[in-house]
Design a binder for this molecule. Sequence first.
Ligand code: P6P
Length: 336
Amino acid sequence: MADQTFQTLGEFLIEKQDDFKYSSGELSRLLSAIRLASKVVNREVNKAGIAEIIGQAGMENIQGEQQQKLDVLANDIFIEALSQREVVCGIASEENDDYIEIISKENAHLSKYVVLMDPLDGSSNIDVNVSVGTIFSVYRRVSEPGTPVELRDFLQKGVNQVAAGYVVYGSSTMIVYSTGNGVNGFTLDPSIGTYYLSHPNMMFSKSGKIYSINEGNYAKFPKGVKEYLKYCQEEEGDRPYTSRYIGSLVSDFHRNMIKGGIYIYPSTSQSPKGKLRLLYECNPMAYLTEQAGGKCSDGFQRIMEIEPTELHQRVPFFCGSSDMVEKAEEFMRNAQ
Ligand code: P6P
């Protein structure tokens, strides 16, 4: 049982309400909807551990019922929670080709926020009991209030985010988020369904000794990445560094933020833009990174300055302790 002196997420949201300039409490209610949805997804993700009894997600269970794939189920749960609260006018998701216009019952189109999300990132890891996560990004709409949401409301630079965060469904379930005043982590006490402030003011250390990258793609990496990896592995000073790669972005990111480190998903000869999506993976993680004193780029330019052109576009991703990212960028520049 968590120590009762720990502040709950609900209390924290109320206390920090004043941080949201001119907010009518909508952003707090939006974050509260995400909190609720994360608890439901947490239950479903944990239940997946007995898949052979209830049937593999995406197949029939022993009652002959069609099991929804967990990432589709997570997507529905977050969309439902956000729509019910009438706090968003639109949602874009890794699971949906196009954005969804949320037509509120009462204040049709008057909600001022849009949410972009990856509802269950790394879901392929569930079958092997590895942590997965939800990633979310929040913007104010730029189109006319009271009118239908437009694509330009979603194609905004990362610097325009008003909030971003992730849920990591791991050995414990945590929500880590920022609204522009630092990064705070909350751990779920599943016995009472309450999140407690367990990691106040999370910060990346300026440097670190962990690098996270899928070295199986080494042959396809750009020259600068290959040279940076050689740098990490040579015997010199505080090197060689340690290689740690879970294959679940939120887990690799979360560990690096706590212990220091760099995560790289670069372009490869096969995927010139890399694998990770700008709008609902890289931008929210970049927002958190910079709020936590770290650095995030595509190897050359700040991730949050990239002008988006399409909902599901991919970008190369270098993220973490600032000294490590700057060193990697130096190798990328010199290899040009
Ligand atoms: P690879 C999961 O599919 C994901 O989007 C991230 O969570 C993860 O870091 C990355 O892809 C893993 O990709 O190519 O190394 O399996």
